[in-house]
Design a protein around this ligand. Structure first.
Ligand code: ATP
Ligand code: MG
Length: 444
């Protein structure tokens, strides 16, 4: 029924089950990995469910980490890989809509009932090759359905993150969401605003880097969740654009299409930037008139910063995503760019992401890739010593020339560098001369 994978991750999981069993405990593979194994796919991670208590698990393995001992969860490290080993448990009370108030250890059947969807609620015994399916997961896998275990409304109220997980699994597996589960999500969609920023960020990270992020976003929109999480996107729907550049439709349609054109498994920063690249358009058009979007890159950058803050993204990620949004039209004028501008663009750490964003943006609208192809062609054919030659002079040279360190330094060096990158000067001598005339011009 299940073909055992041959990789070391799987062997590790089986070894954990075997060791728990020989210690006299019941042990099974549980949840998402069973779903993936039944589908013939390699699971992202393996979870083991057992009758052993965390203390007993710790006794059986050399290397363990306590991650949620009070909830019965232990991390076992085997051959350097972590596996989650959790005692069969039943959750009770979800007074905050996020965490169970406590857990009680129990039989596998009740452990299945606390899981989110039937396809995620099965156990498999790899030693006996038997499936324990208390929730009808097998049948739903065959029918290609995401169905909540138990009463969907109650289950989503208990933990609001499940609303988003439903969209994630439906999009990833190309499954439909069962009707009652679907109705429950639509009626409770507003609750996904209560998910903590940390869990939300983690979930969005998985969704946006998954196989079909655009599909997941369309589904989240259909179910009423997308605008709860990103109210900034509300006005992009119905925000009309010039047909010659945007035959595909309004800003919203274009946005999701841009995400789609990134292809499967994009990196997170890029996917966020694609999702947010035009959020400045509705506001810009209030200033510029219908179908006119002056300053939308700058407005978009500011709005993007707010979104990233709200999701508590790191400074590095926030800066990169904002930079991509701000520069997303940058390639458009590439053939007219000065050499120095182009070379400086190549030196940006986010250059390749920006190129990819531009490509997706173009493919998600009028489809012309001339700007992209021009830049990539130049980039591929420019040797590094031409793109990033060592500077002809430094601040030390300026000091030696008798200038006082200060704000002037940066401006002078910048002008000299620009001339170098534009091919106007190529020796230290010429650089010093240009530095001198520039400093004289700039100094009062
Ligand atoms: P993935 O392939 O993305 O890892 P997964 O199904 O393994 O998907 P995990 O987040 O790794 O998902 O969780 C493992 C299992 O734990 C799930 O399959 C499900 O049974 C259970 N689970 C996880 N999160 C929840 C939740 N919020 N509510 C109920 N059960 C959950
Ligand atoms: Mg998993």
């Amino acid at each position: 029924m299940i073909r055992r994978p041959t990789d070391s991750r799987y062997r590790g999981a089986e070894e954990i089950v075997r060791r728990l069993r020989s210690g006299g405990h019941q042990a099974l593979l549980a949840g998402g990995c069973v779903r993936d194994l039944l589908r013939g796919e390699v699971p992202r991670d393996y979870d083991v469910a057992t009758s052993a208590r965390p203390g007993q698990v710790e006794e059986l393995f050399e290397e363990t980490r306590a991650v949620g001992k009070q909830f019965g969860v232990c991390l076992v490290i085997l051959d350097g890989s972590p596996y989650e080993v959790a005692t069969f448990r039943r959750d009770w009370g979800y007074s905050d809509g996020r965490h169970p108030d406590g857990v009680t250890f129990c039989e596998p059947e009740q452990d299945a009932m606390r899981r989110d969807f039937t396809i995620n609620g099965m156990f498999w015994d790899p030693l006996e090759d038997t499936l324990l399916d208390f929730v009808g997961g097998r049948a739903d896998l065959e029918r290609r359905l995401v169905r909540a275990i138990g009463d969907p409304v109650t289950r989503f109220q208990e933990d609001r993150l499940r609303l988003l997980r439903a969209a994630r699994f439906a999009a990833r597996l190309e499954f439909a969401i069962e009707e009652k589960t679907r109705q429950a999500i639509r009626s409770l969609a507003h609750l996904c605003a209560d998910v903590s920023p940390e869990r939300l960020q983690e979930e969005l990270r998985i969704i946006l880097t998954d196989r079909d992020p655009a599909g997941a976003l369309r589904l989240m929109d259909e179910l009423g969740m997308l605008f709860v999480l990103f109210p900034e996107l509300v006005e992009t729907k119905g925000c009309e654009q010039p047909e010659n550049y945007h035959p595909e439709g309004d800003v919203f349609v274009h946005t999701i299409l841009t995400v789609e054109k990134l292809g499967p498994h994009p990196d997170f920063e890029l996917a966020m930037a694609a999702l947010l690249h035009d959020i400045g358009k509705p506001q810009a058009s209030r200033q510029g008139g219908p179908k006119c979007f002056p300053e939308h890159c700058e407005i978009g950058r500011q709005m993007t910063w707010q979104v990233c803050r709200r999701l508590r993204l790191s400074n590095d990620e926030t800066e990169r995503i904002c930079w991509l949004v701000e520069r997303h039209l940058y390639f458009k004028d590439a053939p007219n760019m000065k050499e120095s501008t182009l070379k400086r663009l190549f030196a940006e750490p986010g250059f390749e992401q920006l190129a990819e964003l531009h490509r997706a943006d173009a493919l998600g609208s009028w489809g012309r890739l001339d700007g992209y192809e021009y830049v990539m062609d130049r980039w591929r054919n420019m040797p590094p010593e031409v793109a990033q030659p060592p500077p002809l002079i430094t601040g030390d040279d300026l000091i030696e020339m008798g200038y006082e360190p200060g704000p002037l330094f940066g401006k002078v060096l910048d002008r000299v560098r620009e001339a170098q990158l534009d091919g106007l000067i190529s020796t230290a001598e010429q650089a010093r001369e240009l530095a001198r005339t520039t400093a004289d011009q700039l100094q009062p």
